[in-house]
Design a protein around this ligand. Structure first.
Ligand SMILES: [Fe+2]
Ligand SMILES: [Fe+2]
Length: 326
């Protein structure tokens, strides 16, 4: 289901700028902030990049919850580094969105007011240490599958931000895998904790690719604009194909009784996530929606003095520079 963009004027009603935009897309070239772009393209990107940035920031919470309880100094150091990486991802992405003319304050206000979305996966609880393994292996793993194609997104600042983010995500995925591997090499209780955690995270991780293709109305346009390169279902299939051999190494069972190799299709047949649950969490009625939002609002309020101090410092610096220049 692809829509092709017109590559030559139809009845002369395409402006030279629009023609140039269409040509750049057709050539797999990049759109940069100074280039003309259709308003709908700009709006789609702002929505997607801001949503992605918010997900990185809210996504710090389920794991920061475990920093003080990490089972060793090594695990604590790794977890702190990972949560800090996620903050960095949020910053790259907010910067990319700002090049489209939206203010950072505006995006933050929308997140705090609850009018902007973030990935539903972060509205699930993390009751055990094994969840740190499952988040790395499954959630960061799904993020990689989603984001590697975004490195080639047609909008330059977004694609370039994704390159660095993907490098860090692959470290995140490996550290999650390693947590699970260590648990699976441990006591029966540790193995049970790992399996039970994977049972809880597997389906929500598959939901991260979004609704099924026939229920994803904006996908075709995003693909025509080369923001998105693969459909939700295609990415989901790829992800599961990546997980199966890794689950075998770990000795973990993926909780899908319908998961079987289809020789003819050369791909896995699989069951469907609970889409009712997906819509419930999206509507704000997941396990942790209210807590995540409250924590974010509190952190914003508690950080007010830092923002004020930074603004005062910047004002003093620019006043000093002006005096020096004068
Ligand atoms: Fe991230
Ligand atoms: Fe990550």
């Amino acid at each position: 289901m692809t829509i092709s963009l017109p590559t030559r004027p139809i009845g002369g009603d395409i402006s030279a700028e629009e023609q140039q935009f269409n040509d750049l897309i057709a050539q797999d070239s990049r759109i940069e902030p100074r280039d003309w772009m259709p308003e709908a393209y700009r709006k789609t990107l702002i929505r997607q990049i801001a949503q992605h940035a918010h997900s990185e920031i809210i996504g710090m919470q389920p794991e920061s919850n475990w920093i003080l309880r990490a089972p060793s100094l090594k695990r604590k150091a790794i977890l702190i580094a990972k949560v800090q990486d996620e903050a960095g991802h949020g910053l790259y992405l907010y910067s990319a969105a700002q090049t489209l003319g939206v203010g950072r304050d505006e995006m933050t206000e929308q997140l705090i007011a609850g009018t902007a979305r973030y990935s539903s996966i972060f509205n699930y609880a993390t009751p055990t240490w094994a969840d740190m393994g499952s988040i790395g292996w499954l959630v960061d793993g799904a993020a990689i599958c989603n984001q590697v194609p975004l490195c080639r997104a047609s909008y330059g600042p977004y694609g370039r931000a994704m390159v660095r983010i993907c490098k860090e995500e692959s470290f995140h995925q490996r550290q999650g895998f390693e947590i699970l591997l260590e648990l699976m090499n441990g006591t029966p209780e540790q193995r049970q904790m790992a399996q039970e955690s994977v049972n809880r995270w597997y389906w929500p991780a598959l939901m991260m690719f979004g609704p099924p293709d026939d229920d994803s109305p904006n996908s075709a346009r995003s693909m025509a604009w080369k923001i998105k390169r693969f459909s939700n279902d295609e990415l989901r299939r790829r992800f599961v194909g990546m997980l199966v051999p890794q689950a075998e190494v770990l000795g973990l069972t993926l909780p899908d009784p319908d998961l079987t190799w289809n020789e003819e299709k050369q791909a896995y047949d699989m069951g469907q996530p609970d889409w009712d649950e997906f819509h419930e969490v999206l509507a704000g009625r997941g396990q942790m929606n209210a807590q995540r939002m409250q924590r974010r609002r509190d952190a914003h309020d508690e950080g007010a003095w830092v923002r004020e101090a930074a603004a005062a410092y910047a004002a003093r610096q620019s006043a000093t520079t002006e005096r020096v220049v004068a």
